[in-house]
Design a protein around this ligand. Structure first.
Ligand SMILES: Cc1cc2nc3c(=O)[nH]c(=O)nc-3n(C[C@H](O)[C@H](O)[C@H](O)COP(=O)(O)OP(=O)(O)OC[C@H]3O[C@@H](n4cnc5c(N)ncnc54)[C@H](O)[C@@H]3O)c2cc1C
Length: 449
């Protein structure tokens, strides 16, 4: 019996096939790698950049993502820079509403923020501690295919030492929205799935916040105007302000040294490209938001960064011919709120479970059946919910619907409690209150496509 990098015995596998390659050490890849290594598989995690690396993200973790951290056994002490939040503070149509994260048996009741530079590093370190081998500055350039079957049997990569070839019976594509590996073997994105675009920038506050509890909430601003506020086009999307700890102070909020991650994101029901200039949209919003929060352009701590948000399983199949798609590579951002980290981590967890079962069987149909359970379990867990999200995007694409929702919806706190549970995917799948039961029934009825 061989040993894994952390010294644990590697379970004997048929034909010595205990190796898995994971491409990309974002939340999806590092989560998958941690579980794979924990299951005794020889796990190679290939990452093109070197940590810590910047990432276009709001840095916001809902209770759904916190739950994934708890599954992984990763703590979130304030001294490491994690900042807790109580829920959403929503603005729109002249209303302001505080919606605490719901009290549920299935999820914790708090969210977190941590800059992605630190968050992704923490997840990658966790995968290494579990026994995965992380190779940084290793850009995967393409899949290695079996000539006879067309099956993926490894990858080629560009490294400082030149081109390298890595072989394994299973490759996990966790390479994010670029989905280079999936595209290379012909898994194109589905044109009928929503796609979002978001841009964000971080600012240091130059004075302590003036509104009570201002740092305790993740702020969402539902009126996103393309053009002059009140007169331009009302966009399907929202702006956010997520408070986080200033890098040098940990989350010692009493120092008042706080950074805010500010961004705007919008969504379209199909993959057609939008003509909106999102960076201009953010810049325009910042001129009114900055004075309210106490920052100006000079307080920026990094440049604006933007990226696309692939939604509702826009690339499928999630498993076929030796290649597993997780996270953004499989289009797993929520059409409801643009959240992607929790789903990336969930997919990594589900994928690792199916791969461990598959590799414990001889190569052949029986192993393939075990590997396909990954796609089935993801569809069962999220397919109906994502289908509802596709309908939601089609509705809010109409500015009139968006206007009615913000003007009249926000004035009804009971309705908003249901809306909050629906948009943040935080409901009891079984039991719970009337809102949980309503959402669970709708998600069950919606076809998982
Ligand atoms: C502006 C913006 C704000 C967002 N805000 C939030 C938020 O607040 N909360 C939230 O939950 N979600 C948010 N999202 C979505 C979230 O960022 C993604 O859904 C999430 O990062 C997906 O994780 P992933 O691991 O699948 O991909 P990624 O995080 O993109 O990780 C992919 C990794 O693969 C590596 N890689 C890529 N190509 C290769 C290659 N060829 N070889 C080797 N390595 C490679 C990359 O360097 C990267 O490390 C936001 C997105 C944007 C654009």
């Amino acid at each position: 019996m061989s040993t894994s990098p952390k010294g644990c015995p590697v379970a004997p596998r048929s034909g010595g096939e205990s190796r898995v390659i994971v491409v990309g050490a974002g939340p999806a890849g590092s989560t998958a790698a941690a579980y794979l290594a924990g299951a005794g598989l020889e796990t190679l995690l290939l990452e093109k950049s070197a940590f810590p690396r910047a990432k276009a993200c709001g840095d916001g973790l809902t209770p759904r993502a916190v739950k994934e951290l708890i599954y992984l056994g990763i703590g979130f002490p304030a001294e490491e820079g994690w900042r807790r939040n109580r829920g959403l503070r929503v603005f729109g149509g002249g209303h302001q509403l505080e919606l605490p994260w719901p009290q549920l048996a299935s999820f914790p009741d708090f969210g977190l923020t941590l800059p992605r530079e630190q968050f992704d590093l923490r997840l990658a370190q966790n995968a290494q501690a579990a026994g995965a081998e992380l190779l940084q500055a290793t850009t995967v350039t393409g899949p290695l295919l079996d000539d006879r079957t067309g099956r993926v049997i490894g990858v080629t990569a560009a490294t400082d030492q030149g081109e390298r070839v890595f072989k394994a019976p299973i490759v996990v594509a966790a390479d994010g929205v670029s989905a280079r590996l999936a595209t290379a073997i012909g898994r194109q994105k589905k044109a009928n799935r929503p796609v979002g675009v978001a841009v964000r920038q971080r600012f240091r506050l130059s004075r302590p916040p003036t509104r009570p509890g201002q740092l305790d909430w993740m702020e969402s601003h539902l009126e996103l105007w393309d053009g002059e506020p009140g007169h331009g086009k009302l966009m399907p999307g929202y702006g956010w302000v997520f408070p986080e700890a200033a890098p040098e102070t940990g989350s010692n909020a009493s120092l008042g040294a706080t950074v805010v991650n500010v961004g705007v994101g919008s969504v379209s029901s199909s993959a057609k490209t939008s003509r909106t200039n999102y960076r201009n949209l953010l810049r325009t919003w910042l001129t009114s938001l900055g004075p309210l929060w106490g920052f100006s352009e000079e307080d920026a701590i990094d440049p604006p960064r933007s990226a696309a948000l692939p939604m509702a399983f826009n690339r499928q199949p999630l498993y076929a011919r030796g290649l597993v798609l997780v996270g953004d590579a499989g289009g797993m951002v929520s059409p409801f709120d643009g959240e992607g980290i929790a789903y990336a981590m969930q997919s990594g967890r589900f994928a690792a479970a199916a791969i461990a079962q598959g590799l414990a069987r001889p190569a052949g149909e029986n192993r393939e059946a075990a590997l396909r359970t990954y796609a089935e379990s993801m569809k069962e867990s999220l397919g109906g919910y994502f289908s509802l999200g596709r309908v939601f995007v089609k509705l809010i694409e109409h500015p009139a619907v968006m206007r009615v929702c913000t003007r009249y919806g926000l004035a009804r706190p009971t309705l908003m409690k249901l809306v909050m549970k629906l948009l943040s995917d935080l409901y009891e799948p079984r039991g719970g209150d009337w809102a949980d039961k309503t959402i669970a029934a709708l998600a069950r009825m919606a076809p998982a496509a």
